[in-house]
Write a protein that binds this ligand. Structure first.
Ligand code: SF4
Ligand code: SF4
Length: 477
């Protein structure tokens, strides 16, 4: 027998007798806190064929059952591929769609990733109808039991008509066909009104995600109207006005200038009238893009809409400090790093631009050479099929424990850095650090020293494929 190549072991920084094992393929987490059962020693003995103690031998059947220990002849690569193709790429249980009714925006934030691809295009009524027809067809073809819609832009609320129409029509269809439908919106919040929320609520509208760029002073330097005036108070007051009507996910974009301001933002949110509505708070750095795409060739900073992005390793400590502050403030925060496989990999997760073009990745919107198809057509084009078909990882990835969480990395980064979708984008140092932080936090939680406050609502499904595998199980030895 041998140990799974997808095992990661982390020893507690507080108590050397405690270790957490995390299997990235099966998503199993196992806590070892018996001083007579050290997993590192156990695994080393197994891989060297050495004799086990009675205690060690006792746990072998359970560890085999969980895929942590496997027989010598067992091919984990086959299992990984089966999981990737069946459970991720070709799954048909649920459909997750990001819809952009507009590329334009009412604000002029200088780092916005869409500044260079913005076409000011508003979705036309005929495209709205094509989208409705296309999604009904997909639901019928796949027999999916779940539909999640995410509205985004540009700023979706500069053009709410398609959002309303699509939601109404699909809600009715889903009700009739026993499909569970929910939706949410990523918006800058300046046009968010109780009337809009009241209109949408009967059609499964559950959440909005609003991003702040720091507390009032710093936010107002970055997130501005076209005349340069800040938007903090407008957004804050709009959130107060929809209090009790909708769940709110908070995003925080930071760079060197506004980082410290995020801490006072958290305090302000804690005491806000809508604090009880906040079901998730997530902070991320504004990223610098070294772009090789035709549409983004000036190396500007960027803020991707994707929630699966990896960051530079050094930024994890900063994110962690903000998460800790959020936890202490009693606001819900993500427990685990957002890892893939992202929505690029799943045929039933896709993005529709204002002109009806379909993309496998939301960050591709507006890059017409990367469009996978159009809602007026039933089939994807050759580009779309090829994007789903090619293997995203290479030979070096075969022995990497992070493969199920990474699958060769972000394709948007690949195309930006190398000009080719087919070259992997390896962020292993980020994955290592992020996973270590997650595992240490889990250990703290298990031994009762942590302050995890992970009560965010599962109904909030931000646009990432995230999560994975066979199940999130916890065993304890
Ligand atoms: S791209 Fe890097 S981190 Fe991802 S699976 Fe391959 S080697 Fe591992
Ligand atoms: S390819 Fe990159 S940007 Fe696109 S969905 Fe995946 S992680 Fe996000």
């Amino acid at each position: 027998m041998k140990t799974s190549k997808f095992n990661l072991l982390e020893r507690s920084k507080q108590d050397a007798h405690i270790s957490l094992l995390y299997n990235t393929l099966h998503d199993h987490q196992i806590l070892f806190d018996d001083p007579e059962l050290d997993p590192e020693q156990l695994f080393s003995k197994i891989n060297q064929g050495k004799a086990l103690t009675a205690k060690e031998a006792e746990v072998i059947p359970d560890l085999k059952e969980l895929g942590i220990i496997i027989n010598d002849e067992f091919d984990e690569e086959d299992l990984f591929k089966q999981w990737y193709f069946d459970k991720i790429r070709d799954q048909t249980d649920s459909i997750q769609v990001t819809i952009l009714p507009a590329m334009g925006c009412n604000l002029a934030c200088h780092y916005c990733f869409e500044n260079e691809v913005r076409e000011n295009g508003l979705m036309k009524p005929e495209v709205t109808e094509q989208i409705i027809g296309y999604l009904k067809n997909r639901l019928q073809q796949t027999q999916a039991k779940k539909l999640s819609l995410h509205f985004f832009g540009g700023e979706p609320l500069i053009h709410p008509e398609p959002i309303k129409r699509i939601s109404q029509e699909l809600w009715e269809f889903c009700q009739k066909h026993g499909v569970e439908m929910s939706s949410g919106m990523i918006t800058n919040g300046v046009f968010l009104t109780p009337d809009f929320v009241d209109f949408m609520t009967p059609y499964g509208f559950k959440w909005v995600k609003i991003t702040f760029d720091g507390d009032r002073e710093e936010h107002d330097k970055k997130r501005v109207w076209h005349n340069g005036k800040g938007t903090f108070d407008t957004i804050y007051n709009n959130l107060a006005a929809v209090h009790g009507k909708i769940k709110i996910a908070i995003g925080g974009n930071f760079d060197e200038n506004n980082y410290s301001s995020m801490f006072s933002l958290i305090d302000r949110l804690k005491h806000s009238p809508f604090a009880d509505d906040i079901t998730l708070a997530r902070f991320k750095p504004i990223m610098s893009i070294d772009s090789k795409t035709a549409a983004q060739d000036d190396g500007k900073d960027s803020n991707s809409l994707c929630e699966s992005c990896s960051f530079e390793e050094g930024q994890i400590d900063k994110i962690r400090a903000l998460e800790e502050k959020t936890r202490v403030a009693g606001l819900p925060v993500e427990e685990r790093p957002e890892m893939g496989p992202c929505e690029y990999h799943a045929r039933q997760s896709f993005t529709i631009g204002p002109d009806g073009s379909i993309y496998n990745c939301p960050a591709f919107v507006g890059l017409h050479n990367l469009a996978a198809g159009h809602v007026k057509d039933e089939q994807y084009n050759e580009i779309g099929e090829a994007q789903l078909d090619f293997q995203k990882w290479d030979d070096d990835c075969d022995s990497c424990a992070y493969l199920p969480n990474c699958v060769g990395g972000c394709r948007y980064n690949s195309v930006n850095k190398t000009g080719s979708l087919k070259i992997k984008s390896c962020d292993i140092s980020y994955l290592k650090k992020a996973t270590e932080v997650f595992m240490q936090r889990k250990i703290e939680e298990f031994i009762g020293k942590g302050t995890i406050n992970n009560n965010h609502d599962e109904e909030i499904q931000l646009p990432t494929y995230g999560g994975m595998a066979v199940g999130d199980s916890l065993s304890h030895y």
